[in-house]
Write a protein that binds this ligand. Structure first.
Ligand code: LLP
Length: 422
């Protein structure tokens, strides 16, 4: 069970909403920092342990700075994410570039800035050599175990997934890399997303430890770091239970002793690329009820839409909803909670039991601190909304302003530019 708390009292949230307008995402800075530090401490037995925070989960420079202070690096999947991580002051050697279907310019940027490149495909070895002149001294490969593992709905079944090098390719990848001057080798995988079953993560560690052994036996190459990717889940539903970093870490440590230390393959650094379990539970989307409509079903229409949080519409994902000020009222009404897009799947919840809702009520949608604002878009010319951060001293900072109409049209050319093909 997980208590669904709010970051501020009902009165404070109401005051804030009245002051700033709605909707907005708000993050609990202290909660994020303490959570990040808890992870670092839990895995501190692994010398040099690092979590490269998945920038895609919450790409706001203020959050990246905060996580850097807690000892995190950054995991980037595109050129702009690389630039943002660098701008947040994260040292290049603490930036992991885990991309797929990668553009030449992105390899070049990652190479030039000195980030760790994690290759998603065997053909990318040649791409990097062609674009950068050589391979970097440190190189990682993303492994796809195929039918050895099952995957899950968000990330896909490994056999069907577009990511990573296969078992039959992985040994060749390391051999070729070595022949081309790579000195330090890393191994990465990402086989689950939003996984709450600890066994699954432990099995991923076992799989990589075993592959480290196989690579050593077949090539004489010592892997120096394994990256278990992201994918640790969070308790979106009150009845879910979070994964304990401490417990997970102690189980991986046991495996490490048995499969790495005993085989004299240590030291082998451990890393993750977790985004969701770091910031997810520390974000809320605050929105106001515009309408309560009674049709064939009862609808609550919010001033937020799936352009602010698309997870429910995209994955059918559950996000808990609290009606602010009615926390203790009986949930004796059934509503579909919708946004205002011209899309009938623009729903935050379907058939959700909630207290009776009136126009003007303030709603908190929980666990939006990862893959929330980040997945926003502009369909129906919806302007993207602001983000706020509650700092350690209680001060509330605006860390992203709302878009304006001028932002929205900034890239449209009112005077079209002619494309000259001569
Ligand atoms: N590293 C790689 C290579 C990834 O592909 C991902 C997420 C992560 C790290 C971070 O995963 P996390 O720890 O945040 O689960 N938009 C989806 C999740 C997409 C997952 C894609 N990759 C969602 O809203 O659930």
């Amino acid at each position: 069970m997980t208590e669904k708390r709010l970051p501020l009292s009902s009165e404070e949230l109401t005051k804030l909403a009245n002051r700033t307008g709605t909707p907005f995402h708000i993050y609990d800075g202290k909660g994020i920092r303490e959570n990040a530090e808890r992870m670092m401490k839990a895995f501190s037995w692994s010398k040099g342990f690092i979590n490269y925070f998945a920038v895609k989960a919450l790409p706001n420079i203020n959050i990246l700075r905060l996580l850097k202070e807690a000892g995190f690096g950054a995991d980037c999947s595109s050129g702009p994410e690389l630039r943002l991580a660098a701008e947040a002051g994260i040292a290049p050697e603490r930036i992991m570039f885990s991309s797929n279907d990668t553009a030449d310019e992105e390899f070049k940027l990652a190479f030039d800035m000195g980030a760790i490149i994690n290759l998603d495909d065997i053909t990318h070895i040649d791409d990097v050599i062609r674009v950068c002149g050589r391979l970097p001294e440190t190189l990682s490969f993303r492994y796809n175990p195929g039918k050895e593992r099952t995957g899950n709905a968000i990330i896909g079944n490994p056999v069907e997934a577009k990511y990573g090098v296969t078992h039959s390719q992985v040994i060749d990848c390391y051999r070729i890399a070595k022949e081309n001057g790579v000195k330090h080798f890393m191994l990465h995988t990402m086989v689950a997303s939003n996984e709450l079953n600890e066994d699954y993560i432990v099995e991923t560690a076992r799989m990589l430890f075993s592959l480290v052994n196989e690579i050593w036996e077949k090539t004489g190459i010592r892997i120096e770091q394994i990256d278990l990717g992201g994918g640790i889940g969070i308790p979106y539903r009150p009845e879910d239970t979070a994964i304990s970093f401490e417990h997970l870490s102690s189980r991986i440590r046991e495996l490490y002793a048995e499969m790495i230390e005993r085989k004299e393959l240590s030291p082998l650094r451990l890393s993750f690329e977790c985004g969701r379990c770091i910031t997810g539970p520390y974000g809320w989307l605050i929105s106001k009820v515009r309408h309560v409509a009674h049709k064939y079903k009862d609808y609550v229409g919010l001033d937020a839409s799936m352009a602010d949080l698309m997870r429910p519409a995209l994955y059918g994902a559950y996000h808990h909803i609290t009606v602010i000020g009615k926390e203790n009222a009986e949930k004796d009404h059934i509503y579909d909670v919708t946004g205002s897009l011209c899309e009938n799947n623009d729903k935050f919840a379907i058939d959700r039991a909630l207290p009776e809702i009136e126009k003007g009520d303030l709603i908190a949608i929980h666990d939006t601190g990862a893959h929330g604002h980040a997945m926003g878009f502009n369909y129906n010319a919806k302007l993207r909304h602001a983000e706020y951060l509650i700092k350690e001293n209680g001060q509330i900072d605006c860390i992203r302003r709302s878009e304006t109409y001028e932002d929205y049209i900034r890239t449209q050319l009112f005077q079209p530019v002619h494309v000259d093909l001569t």
